[in-house]
Design a protein around this ligand. Structure first.
Ligand code: HEM
Length: 135
């Protein structure tokens, strides 16, 4: 059977990172808070106000759960398909990371665990940032 590279490799096969995030319930709270933050932030509001936010949250929960060893499968679009038409700039990406950090802080995710998730997302930067000033 042919197998292609997993775009989101599992970084915590024993699920310890998933536990540090509070499992499924923790991820639901974090992605809910993330979306509230993204709408409240004038830098990201316009991207998300008209988007299918429940679909994005479901996808984020699947991706985060998968990389953290929670045993989920991501069923959404790949990152290029999802973002290439949006003109996302470097500073938009930074703003989203800040909203995610606020949501993780609020939900008491340990700093080291936060950074492990952020590091797992970083390689996708190049598929997501296509707007002016991209690195
Ligand atoms: C590593 C960072 C990111 C991840 C993991 C991520 C993940 C996702 C996922 C899973 C979806 C849903 C795909 C689907 O519908 O199947 C999505 C859509 C979307 N994302 Fe992201 N995203 C990231 C960064 C960003 C950034 C920085 C922005 C803008 C500031 C952004 C804006 C959007 C928007 C507006 C949509 C909806 C597009 C549409 O409805 O056509 N994303 N993203």
């Amino acid at each position: 059977e042919t197998q292609t590279a997993d775009p989101f490799p599992v970084i915590s096969p024993d699920g310890s990172l998933y536990q540090a995030f509070g499992g499924h319930e923790g991820l639901v709270r974090i992605t809910d808070d993330l979306m509230v933050n993204l709408l409240a932030d004038p830098r990201t509001h316009d991207f998300f106000v008209a988007a299918k936010r429940d679909q994005i949250k479901t996808g984020l929960i699947q991706i985060f759960c998968h990389v953290m060893g929670g045993g989920c499968t991501y069923t959404g679009k790949n990152m290029t398909e999802a973002h290439s038409q949006l003109g996302i700039r470097e500073e938009d990406f930074t703003a989203l990371v800040e909203s995610l950090q606020k949501a993780m802080d609020k939900n008491h995710v340990p700093f080291r665990a936060q950074n492990r998730l952020l590091a797992a997302m970083a390689p996708h930067h190049r598929e997501i940032v296509t707007g002016a000033g991209k690195g």
